[in-house]
Write a protein that binds this ligand. Structure first.
Ligand code: NOJ
Ligand code: CA
Length: 542
């Protein structure tokens, strides 16, 4: 493409304040370029993903619960925003003890959301718009209401007796791990009187861990994956995938689990252009999930950035972001793709992590969209939806409130019911799609502008990245380049104006194409200046 290539030596200036209004929709030329990038097996490197909580997105039948038909009705909104793939939180039948991450039937749709025909209709409607559909794949555990567990718990000789992890003691020396997090309780073992044994669960007691050492379990779950791929799904977000196998010495990404992930990848490889993204462990980081770049996950979530970017802004110190980007640059296998987010259903709203400062959310979002990564947007973060304060399942419900589409009480365009299944977050009278659409200063307008800026430019998904070492910890700078384009990206973590210097050269610096700032490069030293709260992208000639 090379549409922004320039060759000036110095650029000092601001494209934002007083500059031209940034477009909120791509040109036909950009869309054509995007279509080409989204074709073939590497589509996911150039795509923008969007995590949606179906239950809270749009309610089609007025029962207060979002559903698949509701999601279909909002696909045009997503297309218009620049979303290329939707990842749905679990939609299979579930007693909802962990917001659907407790599945009672792996080959069906929860009636609250629709049925298999409705699922097929969603996939068809999404594909018609060139939007991919990703499901949440919860392999580690089932619901305690699943027929397999209901049978397993009856006796040690039942048909499914060995489908779960049972022990005579709640401190079994063969299982060297406890609960995944304090949220899920003090013990990973619960006594089952009918069987006179304890069963193992990393999460809530209502989520017994499957026994992957049983070949029938291992095979059944791979067949489940085939079931959905045959229905046309484009891939999976794989829940706590590192926990499948347990051992005396460890329970996280042990060799048996790594081997199973490779088998899972083998199943996806039977279906062209399907992809899987790993829910990674914060301690391990994303690298172990990527294998050699071809044999495990296509993408791995970058939680060291995704969960902690707010801390970086609190301390006005970019090192959390810098370390995350450097890990991608120096430790990822060839072909390994970072998956960057600033919000998810597990960590509270980005708006809170940003201390309710729009500029922090905007800088954090830019980093997720300008670094060498595939960006994931959590539904509602494009509006800066606030954390809710009413919980149905647990405190993570703060980030699972209904999508506010309009200012109208009480349903905000989400539902015609008197009340949704969980109350809206505060501020929905102004923080909603309709109001923000009409506001040039809104978070939604910012997201539209940013997504439009990136659209159709391969450099952002796949271009080389070089993180620069600066003398100012409040600033992050890196370059991106491919055979068509090159850019210098500079992001501030401070509310005050910042200067920074790197003993490096990035070549001839051209126009500011995003944000505002100044930069000079004399061939050995790079100097950048940013206004408080600011960022700038400079075109580089190469
Ligand atoms: C990770 C999911 O993101 C989280 O919401 C859930 O509670 C656990 N896995 C258990 O499935
Ligand atoms: Ca409904």
């Amino acid at each position: 493409m090379g549409v922004r290539r320039v060759g000036l030596v110095v650029a000092l200036v601001a494209a934002c304040a007083g500059g031209p209004v940034k477009p909120t929709h791509p040109t036909p030329e950009q869309e054509a370029a995007a279509d080409a990038l989204l074709t073939g097996p590497d589509w996911y490197r150039n795509a923008v993903f969007y995590e949606v909580n179906v239950r809270s997105f749009a309610d089609s039948n007025g029962d207060g619960i979002g559903d698949l038909a509701g999601l279909v009705s909002k696909l045009d909104y997503l297309k218009d925003l620049g979303v290329d793939a939707v990842w749905m939180m679990p939609i299979m039948p579930s007693p909802f003890k962990d917001s659907g991450y407790d599945i009672a039937d792996y080959r069906n749709i929860d009636p609250a959301y629709g049925d298999l025909a409705g699922f097929d209709a969603l996939v068809a409607a999404a594909h018609q718009r060139n939007i991919r559909v990703m499901m949440d794949l919860v392999l580690n555990h089932t619901s305690d209401q699943h027929a397999w567990f209901q049978d397993s718990r009856t006796s040690a000789t039942s048909e499914h007796a060995d489908w779960y992890v049972w022990s005579d003691t709640p401190s079994d020396p063969n299982i060297g791990c406890g609960p995944a997090a304090p949220t899920f309780g003090d013990s990973a073992w619960t006594f089952e009187p009918a069987r006179n044994q304890y069963y193992f669960h990393r999460f809530y007691p209502a989520q017994p861990d499957l026994n992957y050492r049983n070949p029938a379990v291992a095979a059944e779950m791979l067949d489940t994956v085939r079931f959905w791929l045959q229905r046309g799904v484009d891939g999976f977000r794989c829940d706590v995938i590192g926990y499948l196998f347990e051992s005396a010495t460890g329970c996280n990404m042990i060799p048996e689990t790594v081997d199973y992930i490779k088998q899972l990848r083998g199943v996806l490889d039977e279906f062209p252009n399907t992809v899987m993204v790993a829910e990674t462990d914060i301690g391990l980081g994303p690298v172990p999930y990527l294998g050699d770049g071809t044999d495990m996950f296509h993408m791995a979530f970058d939680f060291p950035y995704g969960y902690f970017w707010g801390v970086a802004f609190l301390g006005e110190n970019s090192s959390i972001a810098q370390n995350a980007l450097q890990t991608v640059q120096t430790q990822y296998p060839p072909g390994g793709q970072d998956a960057m987010l600033i919000g998810s259903h597990d960590v509270g709203r980005a708006w809170s992590h940003a201390q309710e400062l729009a500029w922090r959310m905007q800088r954090a979002t830019e980093i997720s969209m300008f670094s060498h990564a595939t960006p994931f947007i959590y539904y509602g973060d494009e509006l800066a939806v606030h954390d809710g304060t009413t919980f149905v399942v647990d405190s993570r419900d703060s980030a699972r409130t209904p999508m506010p589409w309009t200012a109208d009480d009480p349903g905000h365009g989400f539902t015609t019911a008197a009340a949704p299944w969980i109350p809206f977050s505060g501020g929905a009278d102004t923080t909603n799609v309709a109001s923000e659409d009409a506001d040039p200063g809104s978070m939604l307008t910012f997201y539209r502008q940013l997504l439009t800026f990136r659209r159709g430019h391969a450099v952002w998904g796949t271009g080389d990245m070089n993180v620069l070492t600066l003398d100012n910890p409040s600033v992050l700078a890196f370059t991106r380049s491919d055979s068509d384009e090159a850019y210098l990206v500079v992001e501030s973590f401070s509310e005050d104006p910042q200067d920074a210097t790197a003993q490096a050269s990035v070549g001839a610096i051209g126009d500011v194409v995003w944000g505002a700032g100044a930069a000079t490069d004399d061939g050995t030293t790079l100097h950048v200046s940013l206004p408080g709260e600011g960022s700038a992208v400079f075109a580089l000639s190469h």
